[in-house]
Structures are given as C-alpha cells and as structure tokens.
Write a protein that binds this ligand. Sequence first.
Ligand code: CU
Length: 592
Amino acid sequence: MDLSSRPLSPFVDLLRVPPRRVIKAPTRLAVRLETTTHRFHRDLAPSRVWGYDGHLPGPTIEVDRGIHVEMQWENRLSGTLPVVVTRSPIHAADGVPVQCLPGRSGGPVDPSAAALSGYAVVHLHGAVTQATSDGWTENLIAPGQQTLDTYENDQRAALLWYHDHVMGITRFNLFAGLAGLWIVRDDRERELELPEGPPYEVPLLLADRNFDTQSDGRLAGELLHKTDPDVMECFSPFTTVNGVIWPRVDVEPTRYRFRVLNGSNARTYRLVLARQGQPDQERIIQIGSDGGLLVAPVPIPVQGLVLASAERADILIDFSDLAVGTELTLWNNAAAPFNGASAGPSTAGTADLDGLLPYPEVLRFRVIDGRRGATTPPLVLATDFQRADRQQLKNCPVRAIALVEQESSREGEPSTLTMRELIEDQATDEPVITVVERGGGPGDRTSRWRTVATRFEDKTNFFPMLRNAEIWRLINLTGDTHPIHVHLESFQVLDRQPAVVEIPDGGITDTGTSATVRIGEDVDDGIPHALDANELGLKDTVRVNANEVVDILVRFETFAGRYMYHCHILEHEDRDMMRPFVVMPPELMPFM
Ligand SMILES: [Cu+2]
C-alpha cells in the first residue's frame, strides 16, 4: 500500500476562520440550521453539508462574562442527511485496514441513515446553563421548528462549542457539519493582555472527515461516515481544521494564541509541532484548558498535546525568532483507537496504518513578513481557582461508574458500550465489581460495587445536591480511552491511577458486571497513568485510558435540573454510553 502520494495536496489551502458574532450587550440572536454546500479542499468538489447559518464550522459567538444571550435556533434543514453512511470490513483481503482509507471500500450503504431528515438538538458544550436550555438529547427540533435557549454566560472565560446532540444520531449530525465555537471572555483574561480576536487569536477546530469515491475511484465531495462491523468508531483519513483539509496558516514573527478544539467523532489527536523534521515544541506554552485559564502556563507534554473528542487547549506559540519563509508542521501521531499509549514525538509525520492513521498531516505554519517580537507571557494566570486537597475530601460522597464494553451476541454487530452506575453493597450476592485499593497503611481496602443502571433509559440514580461536592470515580474496564464529559459545570480531575482489571468469562451481562479492579498496581501497558500538568485546571471532559481509574471532583453551584454525562466518542455516546443525572436543591430532598 503506497501512502506516499496523497489523493489531495497538503497545505495548499489557506486556513479559514469562521465568521464572528461579537456580543457586548444582552441580545437575542437567531441562528439557522441550514443545508448548504462547503468546499473542504481546493481539489475536491463542493460537499453538501448541514451548518449553522450556512457556515462550517458555524459562526463563532464571542460574549463577555455575564452577558445574557438568547439563541433562537431555527431548524431550516432540508433534504436528507448529507453523509453516506456505510459499514465496511476493517481490513481488505490483503490485510490493509481500509476503514481509515479514503473512499467507500465497497461497504453497503445504511438505508436508515440515508433517510434521516434533519431532526436536531443544540447543546452548548461547557456552558453553565439552565436545564431547559442544555439541549436535552430527546427534545427534538424538527425541520421547520425552532427553539429558544438562554445562556447566562456567567462563568470563567473559556472556549465552549455548540453542537448537535440528538439521541442515537449525534455522530451523523456532527459529521454533517453541525458544530461551532463559543468564546466567553472576562476581565481576568483582559488584565493579562492575551491576544483577543484576529489576527493574533485564532480558533482551530480539528475534525477528521472522509469522502465518497466516484465510479472511477476518484474522490467525490460527498461526506462519508465509514465504520466496520466489528469496530463501531469512525476514524477518517483527512484532518480538517475549521472545515479545510490540511490548511496552511501564515503567521507573522510574533506570539499567537490558538484556541484548539478536537471536534472529531472518535479520533484522538496527539499534536506534535516540528520544524525541518525535528520536534520543536518548546515554543508552545499552554495557558488554558476546557474550563478556562490554568493557574500558570505549562509546557505541553513532551509526547505532544493530546486532545480527545471535545477537549480544548488554549495555547501560545512564539514565532518571533523565526526567519520569514520558515515552515513548521503540526502532525498527529496518535494511533486509533487510542488507549493512552505514548509514542515518541520523533514519530511525528509518519503514517501508521495499523494505528488507522494513513495521513498524519494537520496543518502547516509559514512565517511571513509582519510584526516582529513577542512580549513575555504572564507567569500567573487564573487567580480564582485552587486545587482541592484530597485529605479534605474524606467525607465527600463517592459515586462509581464503570465503562464497559459488551460484545454483541449477534454476528456482525458491533459491541455495546455502557456507563454502568454502581452502588457500594458489601452484602449482596449479585455480581459485583470488587475494588481493591492499596491502604497505604496496614492492608488493602476492599469494596464491592453492584450495578444499578447500564442503559440511558434505566432508572435515574444520580441526584447530586446543589452546591455539594462529590467524587465521581470512573473505572475503565475496556481496552480504549474514553473522554467522559459531564454537562453543566466543569470539574477538577483529582487523580488518574493505574489499575489491574480482571473480568471473568461471562462477567459482563446486560444488567450485571463482575470484575476485580486493583487500583494503584503497576500495569506494564506502555500507558503513562498520570495526570499531565495541563489537566490540573478545570475540565469538562476527561480521558479515562485503558487500565485506569480516574477520580473527578464534581460540584454544581448554580442550576438544578436534569442533565447528562456521557462518553464524547460520538459512536459510543450514541450506543449507549450516556446517562442522566438530576441536580437537586437540598430543600427539595426531603420530598423526593
Ligand atoms: Cu467511549
């Protein structure tokens, strides 16, 4: 398989930036969901897409903290889903993994997906908003209908994003183009004199896409969502940035601020910046993550900047020492499916077919004439945030959730993934997950956890009390990384620990889960089970790698009501890695 020639030339199109809607006063804004055409690459025919206000990505909403915005989402989608949905074998007869290669590879078209007519739900990811405006996954807006959502924006400055969230088909609606950025700004950021708006602040929405092939084998413009009978995730060959495949960004020799979001369905990126074939990462510092500013700037991890679906990074890159004409390339070197395993940054730029990464290109920077020089970035960033002290959380309620993959009993059907809610039950004789924690003192602590919910429609169990901190423990029983997203408010990631997981034969049933999880025991799996410095701020999406237990500190301060938490691999979310929770004011608790 010759991968050296690309079906599309890299770095020929200039990066585009979505149109901005800058909001300075309380406003009602109408945004239409529309069927439109979009050109992903100079040499590709225009694609039919679904976009917000006819743009892909949608317009970037920029709003100051505390400014109330009402969004009138008008569904004007017409026609059926502008995506060909197929299921192809993961490997061709010669062993080549065709799932990640351009074009259809002969899989049958899914007639049910072809008939989808544009039911939509809009969710503002990362927004602290009332439950009725959070985009409940089952509250559909049909074409011709509209909804009015209110967003207070009374939260730390951060990069949020709005995107579709329809029960069961989020993966198709996002793939068709329904995503856009939303930036909240505040005084603290302005005190720091960080770049704001063009030209020195640039949003970068990364998303992998595939396209159908014509009868002569050439790429057509039509979007293609391709999965495998055994592998449910869609990993596409072409990385788009703001809707352009492998764009070039012309930068002046100064410091830029990039607001990076991984908006892919399933692919995790590990971004490595290289110059003349060598990693050149020291010029990057990270100042923020999902929930806004970090306490202090940090270098990105030596391995590269890892972003799973829905994770964001606020980074500064200093080009001030570079001669005009210098080129730097941003590569992805994360294998798919991603499990957290590391790879040296020197592998950047090489294809990895076994890792479903045929083309590692992301984008290229080219230094052009312009403003030269860069001010020193601030040493202190957020002043409103302190890391929690684990010792002081001893009396915090703990909820446990197991991430579980269950093989289908039907041939050719992908597995089902579920988030299994657990309650501690020392006495039960039902199946349990036995959790063994090293005591640090005499002996280990052993606890037994019974499964009380597996599917989205099962009984609601999580009723966190308003303003009450809780620890949610995410236990990964699968072999892959899951980016777990909690709606409503950001959380702190307390720790990420290695775990030895043993699942007996038949241990995973529709309603029960049997396993032993030994937390803190070293696993020889090539996965660095520790928190990176850039995960120590506020997050709303956290990676839970294979052989791992992640504890997060959750506290809902403002709004009560029904919300969701879920895996942000959209193919997992749709099937069926999502669960509700209800935030309750304490005064209502006696009546529940
Ligand atoms: Cu998942």
